[in-house]
Every structure is written in structure tokens, then in C-alpha cells.
Design a protein around this ligand. Structure first.
Ligand SMILES: Cc1cc2nc3c(=O)[nH]c(=O)nc-3n(C[C@H](O)[C@H](O)[C@H](O)COP(=O)(O)OP(=O)(O)OC[C@H]3O[C@@H](n4cnc5c(N)ncnc54)[C@H](O)[C@@H]3O)c2cc1C
Length: 463
């Protein structure tokens, strides 16, 4: 049966596009675990949408489970195999930028294009694709779409869902759904593309997308800021957003332990401010005039200092300052690498509730004897907080204990167990903490309608 599927796939595609046997040992399920060989039936490397469709048609007819692989940077186990008998469709060879249209301000791409290449192609035309996060050098645009990735500039430009105008996708049975329009407004019935955005490869394979670009900003200014309590962080967000009148693009929060962890050895990066403050904010404004915008930022920070909203600030005055300031934020491997038996989280909750929730959660985590690292940080302007937690031992019971500590308060706070990374395998058991039974049932109804045999990323997101 399995040999017959491989033969059918080889006949429909081309033997060079299908890896089996020994060749699978070179493959893996995540960029952080390249030393663990992939346990799958086969890997397909399509170059066209038609090849994806042909492969899925065969898998559908044979009730063959399929896992889609993008850049393998997700943080929720969504590219793992569940029984080792899946066929992997890997999108890496669908990596063409088909068009950059500077008049419509759109880019049409195949799904396997690396996010950083999208950003660079936009920059070449004096445009900006605002989606930005630490994994940009490996994550593919199809993966970003399938996880509805957020990142560092959501506050101003929205999540991936706000940056996609059109999508082409292939359903489980091989049907191609193509809507690659360059239009912003389209109320002609249901917005089908949104179903594929954030559904983690469970409803179909995204093969192409039309991305929305914006005019490139002419200025970029940044500052690190020290603050004495969480209420001042909320006050500063409102103060800067109002004062910068629309140019505030990032507002990232770090608890003191995290700032220290990011800027002391083994980190190669030096601190931007003394370790005197419980909270540190890194902010960015993107505007139209470098000199004027810098003066505006300095003036606002001086006012915030005078009003005692902030305790200290360091402004980036050069390009190398900017690189240094943002390297601290973007190189998450610095703190994740310090977290042995690590667990990573991306919860969201209303902004005013974050200070108390994090303080109480950190206290509970430190009471777990084997916990030796607790690093909270986050896209606080989006109500999104990350935790990286390290511990000296590993067991299923410990993983659950830490999950429960982080997730349990979120229901009453009106939060979510996933702000941006998705559910995958890791958070499936916790979906009901932030979604009602009726919502989960509707998700299952949609899944059944679009993938009746349940072959797409079987066992991920929904039970
Ligand atoms: C250092 C680091 C920093 C990160 N920072 C952020 C951050 O700030 N914000 C944020 O939102 N995320 C962040 N992430 C996680 C983020 O979700 C992923 O980096 C990215 O969006 C996934 O893209 P990928 O190509 O690696 O997809 P993969 O990991 O390969 O896949 C992710 C999911 O999408 C599916 N998939 C992939 N491609 C397709 C396709 N073409 N069609 C259908 N399904 C597909 C897969 O089956 C899987 O379910 C970070 C990750 C790392 C490692």
C-alpha cells in the first residue's frame, strides 16, 4: 500500500522531486533539531501549484496523511510527525518572487519564499513589507501565512492576516482555490483566504500569495527606556503613541531578569542601560524625516522623564546603535539557549492586566524546585507576552505543571493561550481554555468540510 502511494507519486510528479529511504535522514522537523532525522514515508519537493495538487489528489484518494513543511521555525510542534507514516510536502523549491508591483504596492510570491527575501525585494523598490521577527532568515511566507505570524510591528501594521490581499491554495482533494487579486476591498461573499491564514496547514496548502506593501519609511528611530513600575509602562505606551502621532511602530517590554539575560555573558551583547530598573522598553518609530523625528523622540522622552513616567533612556544615534539595540531583541537564541529543557510561551491578555499576571506567574514558577530560568518579555502593545523557562529536569508531569501555571489564569482574564505562534501539537489540550465549545465545534465543522478525510496535518490544532 505504502509502496503503491510512492509509485503513484513518482509517476505523477518526477522521481527527483520525491525523497524516500536513506535520503530522509538528511531531513528534519525543526531548525533547532537538525540532528534528529525525519521519520516519514516520503518528502515531496514540488515546484508548481499543479504538482502540489497532483500529490494531494493521490494522498486524498489513498487516505494518506500529509504534513506541510515551510521553514520549520514554528514553536508549537506543528511540523512534527505524529506516526512517522506521513508524506511531507516541503515548500522550499516554490521560492520565486513572481512580481513586485510598485503602483499597486503588492508583491506576488510563491509560498516558499523566505520572509527576509520578501522584505529585501520590497526595499529594492522603496517599499516595505512590515512583517518582521527573529526567524525572518528561515521562515517562509507560506509558514508566516499559515501561522498568521505577528512579530515586532503588529501594533502599527497588524498581523500577517492584515498584510495578505490574495491567496492561492490547494485543498486536501487537490482542488486549486485561486484568488490572487491585488485589491484591498472585496466584500463579494465570504473572505475565503482568511480560512487559510492561521490554520497551520490543516485546511490546505498555501501555494502563492499577493502581499500588501506600504511606502518605505524615511526615518527609523529607537530608544531603550528604564521604568520603575508596570503602570508607568502602560502610561508610556499611551504617551508615546499619542505624542508620535501614528509613527510608533514597536513597543517591546522586558522584565529586568530578561534584560540581564540578554546582555550578560554568555550573551555577546552589552547592555544599553544600567540594570537598575524592573522594566525595560524598546521602542521604534518609523516616520518621514530622520532629523526631525529624532528631535521629536528626544523631546518626548525628556518630557516623560520630567513627568516621572520613565526613569532613564538611551537613544540610538547611529545605524550601528540601531543594529545593537535591535540585535538584543531579535536574537532570541541568546535566552532560549540558556533555558535547558526549555518551554516557550506566547500568551495574550488585556494590556492593563499584564503586570499583575506576570508578577504572580513568575512567583509561582520560581516555587517549582527544578525551574532555574524564567524570562518574560513581549510585544506588550499587542497584549502579547512571551515566557522562556529553563529547568534542570524534564518530565511530562513538569511540562504540564508549567503549562497549567501559565495558562490557567488566562480564561478569567479574557486572554489566549496563543497570541501568535498557534496551537500545533503542543497547545492542543489547552485550546478550550480560550475558545468556547461552540467555537471549537465550528472549527471542526470547517475542517470536515474542507478536509473530510482529515489528511492535512492530522492531529494538529484539533483533536
Ligand atoms: C527565533 C524565532 C523567533 C520567532 N518570533 C516570532 C514572532 O515574533 N512572532 C511570531 O508570530 N512568530 C514567531 N516565531 C514563530 C513563527 O510562527 C514562525 O517563525 C513562522 O511563522 C513559521 O514559518 P515557517 O516557514 O518556519 O513554517 P513552519 O514552521 O515550517 O510551519 C508552521 C506551520 O505552518 C504550516 N505550513 C508551512 N508552510 C505552509 C504552506 N505553504 N501551506 C500550508 N501550511 C503551511 C506547517 O504545516 C505548520 O503547521 C519565531 C520563531 C523563531 C524560531
Amino acid at each position: 500500500m505504502k509502496n503503491s502511494i510512492i509509485t503513484q507519486l513518482q509517476q505523477a510528479l518526477n522521481t527527483t522531486k520525491i525523497l524516500t529511504g536513506e535520503a530522509l535522514k538528511e531531513r528534519y522537523t525543526h531548525i533547532w533539531r537538525m540532528d534528529e532525522p525525519l521519520n516519514a514515508l516520503a518528502v515531496i519537493l514540488p515546484k508548481t501549484t499543479e504538482e502540489v495538487a497532483a500529490a494531494l489528489k493521490i494522498c486524498h484518494a489513498n487516505n494518506q496523511p500529509v504534513v506541510v513543511h515551510g521553514g520549520l521555525t514554528n514553536l508549537v510542534g506543528s511540523t512534527e510527525m505524529t506516526d512517522g507514516q506521513e508524506v511531507v510536502i516541503s515548500m522550499e523549491k516554490m521560492n520565486s518572487i513572481l512580481e513586485v508591483d510598485d503602483q499597486s504596492r503588492t508583491m506576488t510570491v510563491q509560498a516558499g519564499v523566505i520572509l527576509e527575501n520578501v522584505q529585501n525585494a520590497a526595499t529594492e523598490k522603496n517599499l516595505l513589507f512590515p512583517l518582521n521577527y527573529g526567524a525572518k532568515g528561515s521562515a517562509q511566507i507560506g509558514g508566516a501565512i499559515s501561522t498568521n505570524a505577528g512579530g515586532l510591528r503588529v501594533f502599527r501594521y497588524g498581523m500577517t492576516r492584515n498584510l495578505v490581499l490574495g491567496i492561492e491554495a490547494v485543498l486536501a482533494d487537490g482542488t486549486i482555490i485561486s484568488s490572487l487579486k491585488k485589491i484591498i476591498k472585496d466584500n463579494s461573499g465570504y473572505d475565503i483566504k482568511q480560512l487559510f491564514i492561521g490554520s497551520e496547514g490543516t485546511l490546505g496548502v498555501v501555494t502563492k500569495a499577493v502581499l500588501k506593501l506600504v511606502e518605505a519609511p524615511k526615518s527609523r528611530n529607537s530608544a531603550w527606556i528604564g521604568l520603575m513600575d508596570y503602570s508607568k509602562v502602560v502610561q508610556l505606551l499611551k504617551f508615546m503613541d499619542s505624542g508620535l502621532a501614528g509613527t510608533l511602530s514597536s513597543f517591546e517590554l522586558f522584565w529586568k531578569a530578561t534584560f540581564i539575560g540578554m546582555t550578560t555573558p554568555p550573551s555577546p551583547l552589552k547592555a544599553t542601560l544600567p540594570y537598575d530598573y524592573p522594566y525595560y522598553v524598546l521602542l521604534e518609530s518609523l516616520g518621514g524625516d530622520q532629523a526631525q523625528d529624532q528631535i521629536q523622540l528626544e523631546t518626548l522622552l525628556a518630557e516623560a522623564l520630567e513627568k516621572e513616567i520613565i526613569a532613564d533612556a538611551a537613544i540610538a544615534y547611529t545605524v550601528s546603535d540601531l543594529e545593537w539595540f535591535w540585535k538584543i531583541r531579535e536574537d532570541m537564541s541568546i535566552i532560549i539557549g540558556q533555558c535547558q529543557n526549555g518551554q516557550n510561551y506566547d500568551v495574550s491578555l488585556p494590556i492593563p492586566a499584564i503586570g499583575k499576571y506576570v508578577a504572580e506567574t513568575v512567583e509561582k514558577l520560581w516555587k517549582i524546585p527544578v525551574v532555574n530560568r524564567v524570562y518574560p518579555l513581549g510585544h506588550v502593545a499587542d497584549g502579547n507576552i512571551h515566557f522562556s523557562i529553563g529547568k534542570s529536569e524534564q518530565s511530562e508531569a513538569l511540562i504540564k505543571q508549567i503549562n497549567d501555571t501559565i495558562y490557567a489564569p488566562l480564561t478569567d482574564l479574557g486572554g489566549s493561550v496563543s497570541a501568535e505562534h498557534g496551537i500545533g501539537l503542543d497547545k492542543k489540550a489547552y485550546l478550550s481554555l480560550c475558545r468556547t465549545p461552540a467555537e471549537i465545534q465550528l472549527m471542526k465543522t470547517l475542517k470536515m468540510a474542507m478536509d473530510p478525510k482529515g489528511i492535512m496535518n492530522r492531529g494538529k490544532v484539533l483533536s
